[in-house]
Design a protein around this ligand. Structure first.
Ligand SMILES: Cc1cc2nc3c(=O)[nH]c(=O)nc-3n(C[C@H](O)[C@H](O)[C@H](O)COP(=O)(O)OP(=O)(O)OC[C@H]3O[C@@H](n4cnc5c(N)ncnc54)[C@H](O)[C@@H]3O)c2cc1C
Ligand SMILES: *[C@@H]1O[C@H](CO)[C@@H](O)[C@H](O)[C@H]1NC(C)=O
Ligand SMILES: *[C@@H]1O[C@H](CO)[C@@H](O)[C@H](O)[C@H]1NC(C)=O
Length: 503
């Protein structure tokens, strides 16, 4: 009885894993039109691409891989996908640790990795970036010319995911979300049309939607981003030896920093604090913070409560070469792609009480819920978005994330878990969901809740779009998606990632 049930189940699974006639046709047409850009299983290029993701949970084998080199090729491919009803996934840097967001079984993986063109306007005010770029080459190239753009902090992350999702960056209190600084998107729509979406042209609604709207509206083939001028910058990582007393001093420093009157009131400062727990050892294994400062300041007053503690090491220094500044952030374990990863996130008001509330909830869940998971770590990162940051985003032109600076800033509890064995996937997912629910329950009870879910740090089951604009953006996002994509290609044929049709 049991064995026949298993064989029925496994034959059902087998049937659903077989490629449908649509994707076979889609890949055949792609290969006929673009024989040197379409790759099937068994080819070296296919094998290279499928593993080119940051989390092992995202290695999903597509029916074929398409690697366009031009915007026109992207637009033609969209014509083939809609005509043949072929499912597909779009990938820029492949860092979103959400299975299905950047690959697809029984569909086509559109990997933008060859679209790495970049150019700077003659007056250096606008940088044009291909969607296959990572931040490292962008930052080095711009900084050597005295300008920068807001992107991601860790430089291996893709330009695409950041500029379509917000962007936690170094210079946010001065210039806002990375995506708010995009001034024009070149985008291939579901009908195969290639359009320029900006504030003034006929696609201004699409322009607004794309600044936060992820993969719901089209495939972006070029980002034109406003730059800002910049000189020497200060960066560093400080790690502290763990002791309960040190941990308490560090939590105090974080709590005071996030207050509107604390270190974060200096718009040139940004700080990214993290606590890492290894549940199987029952230990806090790392406490530390990354710092950045727009200026040549070896000891910015904004960081006084961190620099006055006894450190294990402190790499803070002034840089005039971008790679020197970036080296504090790009540590080997951050670049490591050999593990399974999961993000999840929630937010609370930018108040000391929020940090004091969250820290024990995190520790309790981490130690209790994951202690049987071998080689697993879980961390909390207090990612701050200040009131100045939200005001700067509006000044830059606004976005569909659209959070009101008058309501103050917020501190995000960004949880990242890392583990090795697939058999613990469900357990780690459950821990994350329970932890976020515990944070939200406690913060609501304490009047500290801030209703925002950042798409780029969200877990699979979270619904970021319903939190945009305090709930007011989602209806508009859906209307705009319907206007430019009436058949719902980017909702149905692109099933992975975060969808406005779901919220
Ligand atoms: C090590 C690491 C460090 C990180 N650091 C930061 C940080 O400092 N700041 C921050 O804000 N976030 C950070 N993140 C989170 C990161 O922003 C998200 O994972 C982001 O989605 C990654 O972008 P990507 O292009 O690499 O990912 P991808 O997985 O390739 O793309 C993410 C989503 O965007 C869609 N997409 C990408 N490009 C396009 C396009 N051109 N057109 C249409 N849709 C597109 C994809 O379909 C996918 O659904 C980090 C993540 C990791 C793993
Ligand atoms: C440092 O901590 C004290 C409380 O101990 C706080 O009043 C002060 O604002 C903090 N300084 C900064 C720059 O965050
Ligand atoms: C944990 O990691 C170590 C060293 O990386 C490895 O030897 C070991 O097999 C891993 N354990 C498990 C249970 O995965």
């Amino acid at each position: 009885m049991q064995s026949s049930l298993i064989s029925i189940l496994s034959s059902l699974l087998l049937v659903s894993a077989l490629p449908g006639p649509n994707v076979q046709q889609g890949c055949r047409q792609l290969a006929a039109r673009f024989p040197t850009l379409t790759f099937t299983p068994g080819t070296t290029e296919y094998n290279t691409q499928i593993i080119n993701v940051w989390s092992q949970t995202c290695i999903i084998e597509p029916y074929c891989v398409f690697e366009p080199e031009t915007a026109q090729q992207v637009a033609s491919a969209l014509g083939i996908f809609t005509a043949t009803n072929t499912k597909f996934a779009v990938r820029s840097g492949g860092h979103m640790p959400v299975p299905g967001a950047n690959s697809i079984a029984d569909g086509v993986l559109v990997s933008l990795n060859r679209m790495t063109a970049k150019s700077l306007s003659r007056d250096k005010k606008v940088a044009s970036l291909g969607p296959g770029l990572r931040w490292a080459p962008v930052y080095e190239w711009l900084y050597s010319q005295g300008v920068l753009v807001n992107g991601g902090r860790f430089s291996d992350v893709g330009v695409g995911g950041i500029l379509l999702g917000g962007g936690l960056n170094f210079w946010g209190s001065q210039y806002g979300w990375s995506s708010s600084n995009v001034r024009n998107f070149q985008v291939a729509l579901a009908n195969g049309q290639l359009v320029e979406a900006n504030a003034n042209g006929p696609y201004s609604d699409l322009f607004w939607a794309l600044k936060g709207g992820s993969s719901n509206f089209g495939i972006v083939t070029r980002f034109d981003v406003n730059t800002f001028t910049i000189g020497p910058i200060t960066g560093g990582l400080i790690q502290y030896p763990y002791s309960p007393e040190n941990h308490q001093s560090w939590v105090d420093a974080v709590a005071h920093y996030v207050e509107p009157t604390g270190g974060s009131s200096d718009v040139r400062a940004s700080m990214n604090p993290v606590t890492v727990v290894t549940p199987s050892l029952g230990e806090v294994t790392v406490i530390g913070s990354w710092f950045s400062y727009n200026g040549a300041e070896t000891a910015p007053a904004a960081f006084e409560n961190f620099t006055s503690m006894d450190a294990l090491f402190n790499t803070m220094r002034v840089s005039t070469e971008y790679s020197d500044f970036q080296s504090h952030f790009d540590l080997p374990d951050i670049l490591d792609r050999s593990n399974r990863h999961l993000f999840s996130v929630t937010a609370m008001k930018a108040k000391a009480e929020s940090v004091y509330l969250a820290n024990p909830i995190f520790l309790e869940h981490a130690f209790e819920k994951l202690k049987n998971v071998p080689n697993c770590t879980t961390s909390i990162n207090y990612a701050l978005v200040t009131q100045n940051w939200l005001a700067a985003s509006r000044r830059a032109g606004g976005d569909s994330i659209d959070l009101d600076p008058a309501k103050g800033g917020f501190v995000q509890m960004s949880i990242e878990s890392i583990w090795e064995d697939e058999k613990y996937d469900a357990q780690v997912n459950q821990y994350s969901r329970e932890l976020i629910a515990a944070f939200d329950k406690a913060s609501k009870a304490a009047g500290l809740h801030y209703p925002f879910t950042y798409i780029n740090e969200a877990g699979t089951s979270q619904t970021p779009f319903s939190t945009y604009g305090d709930g007011k953006s989602l209806g508009r996002l859906r209307n705009i998606a319907h206007k430019y994509d009436p058949n719902g290609v980017f909702q149905k044929l692109v099933p992975g990632g975060f969808k406005v049709s779901v919220g």
